[in-house]
Design a protein around this ligand. Structure first.
Ligand code: 13P
Length: 289
């Protein structure tokens, strides 16, 4: 019989350790069994704690129960801390449905709302989530770019105000704060220009772990500088999707008559694995499980 190696955890303890050790937990957006396997197997090989994230689009694609049971199986096979996290959820009801299915961590994103409304919505989710042992991330300021169905024009992006960040953290009771300091979801037109002074100021004022969204296509040195300034969670989606999709395209170009998913998905998994390993090393979370 199989001995269970571990169970899913929330992000509380992993963030505490990351904060002390000056590294970050990589949070990878996964979309199906194959991408989940690549992330967990690579994290286990490198002995890194890991967060598996699903957007509302992913959860409606695979259903929260399938996501949870795949992750539970992964946790039972590997002895590393694994949290499953709802990424950019916008309503308490949707969070509740997924927490009931077994999610251990969530982001409630009301960053598009005015400050008072953002506070009210986050507080409501924090009260519910904490009663279930689930950790909560929220965003202040607004990231530009494209993430699934969430499209924010550059002109609507707004940097986090450090003074407001303290008030936001104190009034909501959240566990981690997503900051807008110049990253964007998806690929960048030029070199991303991060506002490290702002990040340093936020980090001086608040003591909760900070979260960097939109880490794809950002140079390693910039992400590591952000980690040195209090970032404990680094979100990566696009940089994993691209090698996966490219490998499938190459496979079909070379094998136009192919039809076996095991054949065309295997090179995609291999290509994605390399990037997952690079991102874990970038976060300095290797060996921290
Ligand atoms: P990227 O797609 O830019 O990596 O952003 C991921 C993200 O921030 C998930 O919330």
């Amino acid at each position: 019989m199989l001995t269970k190696k571990s169970s899913l955890v929330n992000t509380y303890e992993m963030f505490q350790k990351a904060q002390k050790g000056k590294y970050a937990i990589p949070a990878f957006n996964i979309h199906n069994l194959e991408t989940l396997q690549v992330v967990v197997e690579t994290a286990a090989e490198l002995k890194s704690p890991v967060i598996l994230a699903g957007t509302p689009g992913t959860i409606s694609y695979c259903g929260p129960e399938f996501f949870v049971s795949m992750a539970e199986t992964a946790a039972s096979l590997h002895d590393i801390p694994i949290a499953i996290h709802l990424d950019h959820f916008e309503s308490l009801e949707e969070v509740q449905r997924c927490v009931e299915a077994g999610f251990t961590s969530c982001m409630i994103d009301a960053s598009h709302d005015p400050f008072e409304e953002n506070v009210r919505i986050v507080k409501e989710v924090v009260e519910y989530a904490h009663s279930k042992g689930v950790t909560v991330e929220a965003e202040l300021g607004r990231l530009g770019g494209i993430e699934d169905d969430l499209v924010v024009d550059e002109k609507d992006a707004k940097f986090t105000n450090p003074a407001q960040a303290l008030e936001f953290v104190e009034r909501t009771g959240l566990n981690s704060l997503a900051v807008a300091i110049g990253t964007a979801h998806g690929l960048y037109k030029g070199e991303p220009n991060l506002d490290f002074d702002r990040l340093a100021e936020i980090n001086e004022r608040v003591d909760v772990p900070l979260v960097l969204h939109g880490a794809s296509d950002v140079p390693v040195e910039a992400v590591q500088r952000a980690i040195d300034l209090g970032v404990c969670k680094v979100n990566v989606a696009t940089d994993l999707k691209i090698p996966f999709a490219n490998a499938v395209k190459t496979y079909f170009n070379e094998n136009p008559d192919a039809n076996d998913p095991r054949k065309y998905l295997s090179p995609a998994k291999e290509a994605m694995k390399e990037v997952v390993a690079e991102k874990i090393r970038m976060c300095r979370s290797e060996g921290k499980a």
